[in-house]
Design a protein around this ligand. Structure first.
Ligand code: GLN
Length: 472
């Protein structure tokens, strides 16, 4: 339809005008929009022409899927991820693919073959003074998706979240970011990082928009072996405009206080707890004693799953293949050289570490031990839910968005341990969590809070998030 087409075409123009943000790795042509709109026959579809951006680790037929890596620079998947297909079936237009840290390993969208993505917040200051070639990082690894939404280029974007990769950029960019319950959104067509923790994430400007996209893409998928059969009993979540929080039991986990947390983040967290209290919610301090081990636990489990997931990039079946003649000596040589050229040092480092942890003599000591710690982390959450807590209120990140030059002084491990501090444990336990923008700090950068709930508590999460959004 005409309106559908003009909505999508305007978004393409905006994406091109904002090229300096480097949010996209691929932008559709207008012809492509035509093709996408032609596919769905009825014109009164709910999302008709609504432009959506998709992180570059989802497969969308006819578009590249690079994962920000040289390894997949030439890869065009022959199929479309289920969550993307559901959006397309509802009339949405996939505007393009968004930038990310290579294979989702990172927190700043700084490690991509396409170069770093820039946060729009605070950018003006740097643009005025070209002697400062700097900007604030958008967070990551779904930084391109967060920027595409916060810059107003598209209505919503898909990200992915394994340790915080949707919520962390949402927080730095001042948009809403949902990590749903594990298994509620299909992972089919999402190129894996850590299969047991990966979920598609949703980035939007408002909580209602997030609920709309969530309702459109959730549901069982027999193409994903970990998809849940009867999640939410197939019902849509409802968000009404007059939510009351009176009587709702909210927990503030004391372990989430970190000495590295900036005073403005702590203050923002307390402000929202006071708001909820004064509106009749019962806010109490709770304890999740093992969550502080979740980063250490992740730093074992992530490389182990990475080592096995990355084995498929062999230079033979698809993706990058070295052109060095000496690599033709043996398959082994071809494999090694291809992977040396195709992966950045973060990815190669994790493959090595993972294989070390999985050695016969180390398996018990590292992998099995980490699995036990993971169970304790899950148990901590179970205990607070059993004791009556309905939702947890925490910060998302420890600080507002750092500048690029500050950020890259840290190595990737340090980046993750700081950035994922408040978000990681929800992935360990498969719980839903949302990042809600609250306000700007004194230098004009967004500050956010996080709500974490029991499995399948998305409706309550949206309701309380909406209340916070409307009151702050
Ligand atoms: N910091 C995590 C990592 O680098 C982020 C993972 C994610 O959520 N994609 O592995």
């Amino acid at each position: 339809s005409l309106t559908g087409r003009s909505l999508a075409e305007a978004a393409i123009d905006r994406a091109h005008k904002q090229k300096h943000l480097n949010a996209f790795t691929y932008i559709c042509s207008k012809k492509d929009v035509e093709r996408q709109l032609g596919e769905g026959s009825p014109k009164d579809l709910p999302l008709n022409g609504i432009p959506i951006a998709v992180k570059d680790n989802f497969c969308v037929k006819g578009m590249p899927a690079t994962c920000g890596s040289k390894m997949l620079h030439n890869f065009k998947p022959p199929y479309t991820a289920t969550v993307v297909q559901k959006l397309v079936d509802a009339g949405a237009v996939v505007l393009g693919k968004t930038n990310m840290d290579e294979f989702g390993m990172g927190n700043g969208t700084v490690d991509s073959i396409f170069g770093p993505t820039r946060n729009i917040w605070g950018l003006e200051k740097f643009m005025k003074d070209y002697s400062l070639p700097d900007w604030h990082v958008p967070g990551g690894s779904s930084g391109g998706s967060a920027v595409a939404v916060s810059a107003g280029i598209c209505f919503a974007a898909l990200g992915s979240d394994t340790g915080g990769s949707t919520r962390n950029p949402a927080s730095y960019c001042g948009v809403v970011g949902l990590k749903p319950t594990y298994g509620l959104l299909s992972r089919f067509g999402l190129i894996p990082l850590v299969n047991s923790m990966d979920v598609p994430g949703i980035l939007t400007r408002t909580v209602d928009d997030c609920a709309l996209i969530f309702n459109t893409i959730k549901g069982f998928d027999d193409k994903d072996s970990t998809s849940v059969q009867h999640g939410l009993n197939g019902k849509k979540v409802e968000t009404d405009d007059n939510t009351k929080v009176a009587g709702i039991k909210i927990g503030m986990p004391s372990e989430f206080f970190s000495h590295e947390m900036s005073p403005e983040v702590v203050e923002c967290w307390k402000e929202i707890s006071t708001l909820l209290k004064s509106s009749g919610a019962v806010v109490d301090e709770v304890s999740l004693p093992h969550t502080s081990y979740s980063i250490a636990c992740y730093s074992v489990l992530n490389p182990c799953e990475v080592a096995s997931n990355m084995a498929r990039y062999d230079g033979l079946r698809y993706g990058h293949r070295t052109s060095k003649p000496e690599s033709l000596r043996s398959t082994e040589a071809l494999y090694a050289q291809t992977r040396h050229e195709g992966f950045n040092d973060v990815v190669r480092g994790r493959i090595l570490t993972g294989n070390y942890f999985l050695l016969k003599e180390n398996y018990e000591k590292f992998f099995c031990q980490a699995m036990k710690v993971r169970r304790l982390i899950c148990q901590d959450f179970e205990n607070v839910w059993k004791a009556g807590t309905e939702l947890l209120l925490t910060p998302v990140t420890l600080t507002a968005a750092p500048t690029y030059s500050e950020f890259i002084k840290w190595d990737n491990r340090k980046q993750s341990s700081v950035q994922d501090y408040c978000t990681q444990s929800a992935n360990m336990a498969g719980l839903p969590a949302i990042s809600i923008p609250i306000k700007l700090n004194t230098t004009g950068l967004p500050l956010s809070v996080q709500l974490i709930g029991p499995k399948f508590s998305e409706e309550l999460i949206f309701q309380v998030a909406k209340f916070i959004e409307a009151s702050s």
